[in-house]
Write a protein that binds this ligand. Structure first.
Ligand code: ADP
Ligand code: MG
Length: 270
């Protein structure tokens, strides 16, 4: 926010994320086929859908890990990418913002993946300090203090000096969440954060995510944990074949799915 000049500052009513008419191709594969999404600040959006439906690609388009082929993406009301024509015409994405402004927008977004991707040769606290020190140039002592706070927050005060190999999967994923939080994101994207965990370790990661949500973090979460969706989600979107086929309040969609594909999917995961 501090990077924006006054005339570009978004009004407080702007959603944190808005996606409109988003299309994405991988060569001939039409992966996203016109996705619309609005994520109000301070809310939790849950994305569900079968494997291959485009959930990860949607997250990756929001944080610009993938370029878009048509549609628009706004973060805090600032257009980070747009393309007019659907289809692959070889034209570059049009960016309304400078590279620097886009980098500032991207820096607002933290991401947590299914695989924790911690640096194996660094302890928990070193993993959490890494980006603040090397990307943000935060002084080491300050970064260490903040990393310790964050590890405490995710319940790992006792494990700060452990290496990833000395931590359970649930502990490693909590370190990964602390690592994302260390960059002070305004939006957190979670891509199946508990899918790789043994069942008994899922709860501790969901508890950290619930705590974050209660604290007002804006979150988009791809998950099959329907209890989490129901308890924490403000909206649930069901994706299939690159489109959102159903959306609404989580309890509504889960209890009374109107779409046949949603019904079939839910009966397979519940
Ligand atoms: P989901 O997360 O819902 O399982 P993805 O967004 O990962 O779905 O994938 C949607 C489709 O796009 C799948 O068919 C997948 O194989 C394909 N896909 C994803 N990433 C790539 C890529 N980098 N290159 C080619 N195809 C991809
Ligand atoms: Mg995925």
């Amino acid at each position: 926010m501090s990077q924006s000049s006054p005339q570009q500052a978004a009004p407080a009513t702007e959603p944190k994320v808005r996606v409109s008419g988003l299309h994405k191709f991988f060569d001939e594969l039409h992966v996203l086929r016109g996705v619309d999404l609005t994520v109000p600040a301070g809310t939790v959006t849950v994305l569900v859908g079968p494997s291959g439906s485009g959930k990860s690609t949607l997250l990756r388009c929001i944080n610009e890990l993938e370029s878009i082929d048509a549609g628009r993406v706004w973060i805090d009301g600032e257009l980070i990418g747009m393309r007019e024509a659907p289809g692959r015409d070889g034209k570059p994405v049009l960016h309304a913002l400078s590279d620097k402004q886009r980098a500032a927008q991207r820096a607002k977004i933290g991401m947590v993946f299914q695989r924790f991707n911690l640096f194996p040769h660094m302890t928990a606290i070193q993993n959490v300090m890494e980006a603040p020190v090397h990307v943000k140039k935060t002084p080491k002592a300050q970064a260490r203090g903040r990393a310790a706070e964050l590890l405490e927050r995710v319940g790992l005060a006792e494990r700060m000096d452990h290496y990833p190999s000395q931590l359970s999967g649930g502990q490693q994923q909590r370190v990964a969440i602390a690592r994302a939080l260390a960059m002070d994101p305004e939006l957190m994207l979670f891509d199946e954060p508990t899918s790789a965990l043994d069942p008994e370790l899922v709860g501790e990661v969901l508890a950290v995510m619930k705590d974050l949500a209660r604290d007002g973090m804006t979150m988009v979460v791809v998950t099959h944990e329907m209890g989490f969706a129901r308890e924490v989600g403000d909206q649930l979107l069901f994706m299939d074949g690159g489109v959102v086929v159903e959306r609404g309040a989580p309890a509504e969609v889960l209890d009374r799915p109107t779409n046949e594909r949603t019904r079939a999917f839910l009966s397979s995961v519940l």
